[in-house]
Design a protein around this ligand. Sequence first.
Ligand SMILES: Nc1ncnc2c1ncn2[C@@H]1O[C@H](COP(=O)(O)OP(=O)(O)OP(=O)(O)O)[C@@H](O)[C@H]1O
Ligand SMILES: [Mg+2]
Length: 253
Amino acid sequence: VNITKLYDEAENPLGTVLVFDNLTQLEKAQRVAAWREVARRIAHEVKNPLTPIQLSAQRLRKKYLYTLESDKEVFDLCTQTIINQVEELKRLVSEFSSFARMPIVQKSKNDLVAMVREILVFYEESHAYITFHQIVEGDIPRFNFDLKQMKRVLINLLENSIAVLHAEGIIEIVLSHDKEKQVVRMAVKDNGPGVADEDKLRLFEPYYSTKKSGSGLGLAIANTVVADHGGQIGVTDNKPNGAIFTVELPLST
Ligand SMILES: Nc1ncnc2c1ncn2[C@@H]1O[C@H](COP(=O)(O)OP(=O)(O)OP(=O)(O)O)[C@@H](O)[C@H]1O
Ligand SMILES: [Mg+2]
């Protein structure tokens, strides 16, 4: 909050101007940046010893499994457990590092409307119980963005909506061009349970998930990709129920 007092020429007080900065977007970006750094370090430090651990267990098996006189089962079980658990750790770490080391954006002139249409055709076929609509408001110009990464963003949003929808689920993608702000908006709306106010910021943090097998990286990745494009992503309430995830991308650059 910024406070400025105003006076006229005779130094008589005229009033006060209060400026409230909305730090939500900044706060979100900082949290994600901090998580990325943690993920990068952990991935780096944990990854190195894993392969030697696994190789050692495999060597022990090769050398002793068939020559052991006693406790063969214990030896078999323990070494196999080491190998399997290390494999699991490797999978985890590689998820960590794929988040920490996302490829840098490579922008080129692309057609967002065509991209959405292409993805929706695919989803319509594979999810017959959900109704998909694509709504294009006005002319959406071709503009510079990373097609591959923006596909990832949309797929992450669609997967999330699909996960909360049952029969009679509706997903609407609205594309619009805000000439004044020079941005293109892509809103993904669903009629699911929506997002509680207290969760609206946390959703974009890595590893925040309410799913049994969710990694909680989908929205964190989407957030990073959009931020790398100089854009913004946010969630609001749909009416009468459901969530709206809006991606805003600048036309210039
Ligand atoms: N459309 C939506 N409606 C309601 N809740 C949502 C919606 N999209 C996301 N969420 C909530 O946000 C959480 C985080 O989403 P995010 O995509 O980051 O991770 P995830 O879907 O749980 O796992 P992952 O995408 O990595 O498989 C979800 O677990 C869910 O609780
Ligand atoms: Mg997800």
